[in-house]
Design a protein around this ligand. Structure first.
Ligand code: F6R
Length: 359
């Protein structure tokens, strides 16, 4: 279907927003800082004691996998264990008694995650589940596996606060991360501040998320971030473009993209003419990465209008969550501008019903 010639709605019109978003995805995004607080408290209630593992494998799909990817990206270079994010039925062969497997499924009914859970149990790995219920909660009860129960009833992708912070509590408990409370508290304060100037009540003339969404209508966002955690944030932007705005989007990582994708931006008579590079940036980039990013932006900027979104706050955690929060607003605004209900995911629902059962 061709892109509408002009925006479907005025983003500053609350009634118009509610017409396109009757399920209230915008409200869930607005409430993200509060959800993070609840997610933190839920994680602190974990009573199980855990042995320090050699590997942490976080297994889940889609919106339930992103918290694990974020955790791994924040800890992988400063933790004694190795982190693996598993988005599949099968678990890596290495998984066994020395592994901690965290099975995350918001619904508790995702077949890939259920299969991976059973494999982890057969291999006698330590397991913790994070879910709102479903079959995963039942299987965990049968096998006496600890469960962190999160509130249900909302889309998994709008539940990152519930699905991420309990993971931090699990790895702290397993002796793999220092106390994260100070970073958590300041990250959430950063998100509180962002809500005011990015939220729906902040007029478009002063709201950078509404403005960026306006510039991305009719374009294909290529969201680009440096390893490790800005790359995860870039992937989150991409999947939120897909599910909220029903748009194709791409994401990629520096430094790798400097060895391939950078050449493709010269194709301004082809697909690149419809693509907009959105760089996710942070003052925590290393000096070398900053030099690389500046040079990359100069080269790509000769062909395309470059967008940049900078992390906020005083820690990598805050920066990662803040660019994700910015992206969540942008993708819901994009949905509204395109006249697409950001809550609806008919294609995923159809696929799950075609496969039947617990897909
Ligand atoms: C829907 C969403 C999906 C689901 C995925 C797995 O909002 O984000 O990507 O997360 O289909 O389902 P759950 O999370 O229930 O295991």
């Amino acid at each position: 279907m061709p892109e509408p010639a002009r925006a479907a709605i005025d983003l500053d019109d609350a009634q118009a927003r509610a017409r396109v978003d009757p399920g209230g995805m915008m409200g869930l995004v607005v409430d993200f800082p509060q959800q993070c607080r609840q997610g933190w408290l839920i994680g602190q209630q974990l009573s199980a004691s855990l042995r320090r593992p050699r590997q942490v494998v976080i297994t889940g799909m889609g919106g339930s996998a992103v918290g694990g990817a974020l955790l791994a990206s924040l800890l992988e270079h400063r933790s004694p264990a190795c982190f693996i994010v598993n988005r599949d039925y099968a678990l890596p062969e290495i998984v066994g008694k020395d592994s901690l497997v965290i099975a995350v499924s918001y619904s508790g009914n995702t077949e890939e995650t259920l299969t991976a859970f059973e494999t982890a149990a057969e291999r006698e790995a330590q397991i913790v589940c994070v879910t709102s219920g479903g079959r995963l909660a039942e299987l965990a009860a049968q096998r006496q596996v600890p469960v962190i129960s999160v509130p249900g009833g909302q889309p998994p992708r709008a539940s990152l606060g519930y699905l991420f912070f309990p993971l931090l509590a699990i790895v702290e408990r397993a002796g793999l991360a220092p106390d994260q409370h100070a970073d958590f508290a300041s990250a959430v304060r950063t998100l509180d501040g962002m809500r005011e100037h990015l939220g729906p009540d902040a007029p478009g003339a002063e709201n950078p998320a509404k403005q960026l969404a306006g510039r991305l209508v009719g374009r294909m966002p290529f969201v680009l971030g440096s390893t490790p955690w800005l790359g995860v944030a870039a992937y989150r932007w991409r999947t939120q473009c897909n599910e909220n705005a029903k748009m194709l989007a791409s994401s990629n990582l520096l430094p790798e993209l400097d060895h391939n994708e950078i050449c493709g931006w010269a194709d301004q008579e082809g697909t690149a003419s419809r693509a907009t590079p959105v760089f996710l940036r942070s003052s925590f980039e290393s000096d070398r990465m900053r030099a690389r990013l500046d040079a990359t932006i100069e080269i790509i900027g000769a062909h395309a209008q470059v967008e940049q979104v900078w992390g906020e706050g005083d820690s990598p955690l805050a920066h990662a969550l803040s660019v994700i929060y910015f992206g969540d607003f942008v993708t819901v605004y994009l949905a509204l501008l395109r006249g697409r209900n950001p809550m609806e995911i008919a294609a995923i629902d159809r696929l799950k019903s075609v496969l039947g059962g617990n897909a």
